[in-house]
Ligand binder design. Structure first.
Ligand code: SF4
Length: 344
């Protein structure tokens, strides 16, 4: 493990939501002496993102990855745990620190069709973040950034409005807008998913090249393991609010440990009609995030379920590989005679 301070560090980060619908509902609970339910959308997530590293967060819809992203950018206040940016706790940020954070942490959204203001020309869309952060600029800086993201010649694009751009060009403008303040970190929310397949590949290649060129770190959130594995150095697999496996991409794809990761890999489509791949042996839907199963949250779908899976598994390094961790009872010894509650 490196000694360098991570750009972003999450320590047991939580974001829970109450299921109470307004004051009347709260009063009803008070009168009945019941407690409202909780959606534990993000429930004890830990990870470290180092300089110039690209990490992915992968999981099905409803696994908590979007809530995680919103918590990271400060839209939601964490319910527990802590978030550090360059070693500083975000919970102690002053107004000035938040402004700096917003300059150095930029977002690329999923939907290029709605992420740009339709009234802003490309020139204005790129100038706006520089003005907000009091950064001196001239037209050359904007043109240079457009050319960096492949919009050449820049003069052709400067005066265009979003409705005069294709989906791929819009996403290139969004990437240019994110990079123009020279951030340390990009949070990318499925930035290729709404584009056609060939444009997806172009955008992924562009992000790949630019994170290297600018030395920027990126957290790439997606439900699509094939794009995440293409672009990320490491992958975090999320299931019902928790990270169940973390590993360098190659290790995770070639030798998945958690049964859920295995199932995700088996579900990646292979564009060869003659290739018959093993079918995933996982069935059913992810559990209800309000009434989570106790113990391992994947147990109701897991083909390897054991009695001990009624207890929450620890994060362990499988085969003593320090670079990876998995939360599954299959990967550590449980004393034979110990009572069940002692072996979790
Ligand atoms: Fe399956 Fe048990 Fe591992 Fe959960 S802890 S993934 S139920 S084997």
């Amino acid at each position: 493990m490196s000694d360098e301070v991570p750009v972003l560090e999450l320590r047991s980060l939580e974001k829970h939501f109450s299921t109470t619908k307004g004051i009347v509902d709260s009063v009803k609970h008070k009168v009945a002496g019941t407690s409202p339910g909780k959606v534990r959308a993000v429930d004890g997530v830990s990870m470290e993102l180092r300089a110039n590293q690209v990490q992915g967060v992968i999981g099905e819809s409803g696994c908590g990855k979007t809530t995680l992203l919103r918590t990271l950018i400060g839209l939601y206040e964490p319910s527990g745990g802590e978030l550090y940016f360059h070693g500083e706790p975000v919970s102690e940020f002053s107004k000035h620190d938040w402004k700096e954070f917003r300059r150095h942490v930029q977002l690329v959204f999923q939907d290029p069709f709605n992420s740009l203001d339709p009234k802003f020309s490309v020139r204005r869309a790129l100038a706006e973040p520089l003005q907000i952060h009091d950064i001196d600029y001239d037209e050359d800086r904007i043109s240079e950034m457009l050319e960096t993201v492949g919009l050449t010649p820049a003069e052709k694009y400067l005066t265009r409005f979003p409705n005069q751009l294709s989906g791929g060009e819009k996403q290139r403008v969004s990437i240019a807008r994110a990079l123009i303040t020279e951030p340390d970190l990009i949070l990318a929310d499925e930035p290729a998913s709404m584009l056609d397949v060939s444009t997806q590949a172009e955008i992924l290649n562009l992000l790949n090249e630019l994170t290297d060129e600018f030395g920027v770190s990126m957290l790439y959130i997606s439900h699509d393991l094939s794009t995440v594995s293409y672009i990320c150095d490491e992958i975090n697999v999320m299931y019902l609010g928790r990270v169940v496996e973390q590993a360098p991409t190659k290790d995770l794809i070639t030798d998945p440990k958690h049964p859920y990761t295995e199932a995700l890999i088996k579900s990646i489509p292979i564009p060869d009609p003659h290739y018959m791949r093993e079918r995933p042996d996982v069935t059913g839907e992810p559990g209800d995030p309000i009434n989570m199963p106790s113990g391992c949250r994947f147990k109701n779908r897991c083909p390897h379920r054991m009695d001990v899976c009624d207890y929450t598994p620890h994060d362990v390094s499988p085969d003593d590989e320090e670079s990876r961790s998995v939360a599954c009872h299959l990967y550590y010894e449980h004393p034979v005679d110990a009572p069940m509650e002692k072996i979790q």
